[in-house]
Design a protein around this ligand. Structure first.
Ligand SMILES: NC(=O)c1ccc[n+]([C@@H]2O[C@H](COP(=O)([O-])OP(=O)(O)OC[C@H]3O[C@@H](n4cnc5c(N)ncnc54)[C@H](OP(=O)(O)O)[C@@H]3O)[C@@H](O)[C@H]2O)c1
Ligand SMILES: *[C@@H]1O[C@H](CO)[C@@H](O)[C@H](O)[C@H]1NC(C)=O
Ligand SMILES: *[C@@H]1O[C@H](CO)[C@@H](O)[C@H](O)[C@H]1NC(C)=O
Ligand SMILES: *[C@@H]1O[C@H](CO)[C@@H](O)[C@H](O)[C@H]1NC(C)=O
Length: 304
């Protein structure tokens, strides 16, 4: 049976990567190495093996860093995911067994997702690239689709949640279903998936703690906080048209607005229960409810 021992993490200083690092360290079953960019400001713990790389992730440095690694786990930032083509090639060149893409979103192979914004398109294309390499027997791959991280989203004023202003923005009627997974279950799911190499080989692993709607989300926030929010609503059709035009003009905030739209409306591959098999149970992840997650998120912002 395959087992993975040597794991290299890219982006371990980031929001999600730092949680992955913590989760894998706590498990203790892996030999971890971290790849950090030269300009990175964050400090990683001294007892860990850290390889510093030039910010542009040059191919020769990637190949040197990946030598001897079984798995490359990528947690790099949203707008740099295109760098992954060279990372995948470097992983193949060094004989790494598996490449885990920086995905952690919705079903980006869904053509509706790909048509919505440049990020979903790129992430979907990277999956296609990995599928092709796997079909040629060059490398195994895996990615995790987890839907929305509510705690992250609340802090980022994402998906209509403007909790500091007690304001909530609906996309249309706010009745579309979308999937959510906690950050903790996403990191734990990634770890458990690597401990089941055969079952998770060459798959986009779908995680969902629950599916909900914006209406249900606001109802939970108001009830738990004991506050009434101001609400407003945007017309997603007009919004998408406007933001796509802005994205064409190079406006990065428009890309984020379209990412948000994709997640929250549930019409672009974000309702994972409709897209494929949810693996939470198989991976032994604890069950989480909307109320628990909303309460924890409000607490993390000092609002409860
Ligand atoms: N499902 C959701 O709700 C959700 C929410 C947010 C993000 N995501 C996804 O999760 C993944 C990780 O996102 P994140 O928000 O955790 O990432 P992040 O904190 O913004 O960045 C992660 C790391 O990427 C590395 N990096 C590489 N190139 C970079 C560059 N040009 N500028 C800045 N950092 C760079 C940095 O590591 P070093 O400094 O160590 O080199 C950084 O710490 C992405 O695929 C993202 O799209 C999903
Ligand atoms: C752990 O990883 C490092 C590379 O960062 C390698 O030098 C070392 O041999 C690995 N240890 C084991 C037991 O594989
Ligand atoms: C994702 O979307 C594609 C295209 O609609 C579909 O074929 C696939 O079954 C969906 N689910 C997964 C797990 O990729
Ligand atoms: C979210 O909105 C609040 C209040 O308008 C603002 O202070 C904060 O900086 C915003 N956070 C982000 C990450 O944009």
């Amino acid at each position: 049976m395959t087992t993975f021992t040597n794991i290299l993490i890219i982006g371990a200083t980031g929001f999600f990567g730092s949680l992955v690092l913590e989760t894998f360290e706590k498990d203790g079953g892996f030999n971890l190495t971290l790849l950090q960019r030269a300009s990175s400001k964050s400090r990683l713990p001294d007892h860990l093996k850290i390889i510093t790389i030039a910010d542009s992730y040059p191919t020769e440095e990637l190949v040197a860093a990946f030598k001897g690694q079984d798995v490359i786990v990528n947690c790099m930032t949203t707008l740099s995911v295109k760098d992954q083509y060279r990372m995948i090639d470097a992983a193949i060149a060094t004989g790494a067994k598996r490449y885990v893409a920086s995905e952690y979103g919705l079903n980006n192979t869904n053509p509706k997702a790909q048509g919505l914004n440049s990020l979903f398109a790129t992430k979907g294309e990277i999956q296609s690239y990995l599928r092709a390499k796997a079909a040629e027997g060059q490398i195994e791959w895996m990615s995790i689709s987890c839907g929305i991280w509510i705690k992250w989203g609340m802090a980022a004023n994402f998906t209509g949640m403007h909790v500091r202003e007690q304001r909530f923005v609906f996309w249309d009627d706010g009745a579309g279903y979308f999937s959510c997974t906690t950050e903790e279950n996403t990191a734990a799911g990634l770890l458990q998936a690597l401990k089941m190499p055969e079952e998770t080989k060459n798959t986009n692993v779908f995680l969902s703690d629950f599916a909900t709607t914006q209406k249900q989300l606001l109802e939970a926030i108001e009830r738990i906080q004991g506050v009434r929010y101001k609400t407003e609503s945007i017309n997603s059709e007009n919004f998408i048209e406007e933001k796509k035009e802005a994205e064409r003009q190079g406006d990065e905030s428009a890309t984020f607005a379209l990412i948000e739209t994709g997640f929250v409306t549930g019409n672009y591959g974000g309702h994972l229960e409709k897209e494929g098999v949810i693996m939470n149970e198989k991976l032994g992840l604890p069950k989480r409810t909307l109320d628990e997650v909303v309460a924890e998120s409000l607490k993390s912002m000092g609002l409860l």
